[in-house]
Design a protein around this ligand. Structure first.
Ligand code: KG4
Length: 338
């Protein structure tokens, strides 16, 4: 039996989770409200909040799981990518914990963890996970990638954004509309009340399976600026339709490339991961593709879409089975690929 404690502190969520033989026992996430008034994450404030949160969050995760720290087999932590100051808190805590308990330390790539979130079991008989190989659309505030997943450890980027991430496109366009950060979930909510065909925005023409979202953001900005010249209340009057049309465009951009990649690789098993996978329109587009193209789709539970330690713990579990442990001299990295 393997019981893994996972620790996630790459951005502005402090999270700890316990997984026993791949089955979730607890997943505690403490968000940080301190960033709200700044319209984005302030790195220095994030690392300070992680320092305050990490001990109570780990304590709660163990308590909820009904596990004592002496029962743990290993501690897994997010090594990167992310904000260096934030990562340092989780990394240092994990090192200290593994040293004190004399258990293995396991580093986890945050992007791998988002993909392997699909392997978190709700109960021992849970067989709903994808089978290899599968394609995973990883869409978050910092990433938009199509990943070919061959095994728990072998992943290859098939396509990725050459500029902004999909989450950034949601957030930046929301900001232009005067909505608070993060705008993605608000656009999603407003879009439900709007007409997605009211406005048309240009889609980028990029080769292969790569994405681009910076042009959409600029054309959205210029469109609003022109309309506001004619009617100063344009945004207010059209908030829902603008949200629905923008969301539709972002989803079409994402799904067009994903569909091409699925056709060309002949892989019909397709998953979605990362914060933007919480988007209801994107989830609906996945369902439609399952019906129309015979895809076997995998959509994570909401709690496993945004940053969480359950995905770190499950990734740590598979590394534990392979005996892939880290040295105590390991340091976090801000940037890395999958
Ligand atoms: O994976 P994640 O929690 O962390 C970062 O990469 O930072 O993703 C956060 C991103 C933000 O851009 C947020 O606006 C977006 O995910 N997001 C959404 C929704 N929920 C979160 N975007 C669109 N619709 C949503 N429902």
């Amino acid at each position: 039996m393997a019981i893994i404690l996972g620790i996630e502190s790459s951005c502005d969520d402090t999270s700890a989770a316990v997984i026993r033989d791949g089955v979730i026992c607890s997943n505690v996430v403490a968000g940080q409200l301190v960033h709200k008034e700044y319209g984005g994450v302030v790195p220095e404030l994030a690392s300070r909040a992680h320092q305050q949160n990490i001990i109570p969050v780990v304590h709660q995760a163990l308590k909820k799981a009904g596990i004592s720290k002496e029962e743990l087999s290993a501690v897994a932590f997010t090594r990167g990518p992310g904000l260096l100051g934030s990562l340092l808190v989780g990394t240092s805590f994990a090192k200290g914990f593994s040293t004190a308990l004399d258990i293995p330390l396991i580093e986890v790539n945050h992007l791998h963890a988002h993909v392997l979130a699909h392997f978190i079991k709700e109960h021992a008989e849970d067989q709903s996970h994808p089978s290899f190989p599968f394609l995973c659309l990883l869409v978050s505030g910092g990433n938009s990638q199509i990943i070919k997943v061959d095994s728990y450890s072998k992943m290859e980027i098939v396509g990725q954004t050459i500029d902004d991430a999909a989450g950034e496109a949601f957030d930046k366009c929301a900001k232009v509309m005067g909505l608070p950060y993060p705008g993605g979930p608000i656009i999603d909510k407003l879009a439900k009340e709007g007409d997605a065909d009211k406005f048309k925005f240009n889609k980028p023409r990029i080769d292969g399976y790569d994405y681009s979202f910076s042009g959409l953001k600029t054309s959205f900005l210029y469109f609003l600026r022109d309309e506001m010249k004619k009617d100063a209340n344009f945004i207010e009057k059209n908030r829902e339709d603008l949200s629905a049309s923008l969301q539709k465009t972002i989803i079409e951009i994402l799904m067009d490339k994903l569909r091409n990649a699925a056709e060309d690789t002949n892989i019909m098993e397709v998953a979605v991961a990362g914060g933007v996978s919480a988007n209801s329109g994107l989830r609906a587009a996945f369902e439609e593709h399952a019906e129309q193209y015979g895809w076997k789709i995998h959509i994570p539970k909401f709690e496993y879409t945004t940053d969480n330690a359950a995905m770190v713990a499950v990734t740590g579990y598979y590394k534990y089975l392979e005996g892939e442990f880290s040295d105590k001299s390991v340091t976090p990295y801000a940037r890395t690929s999958i």
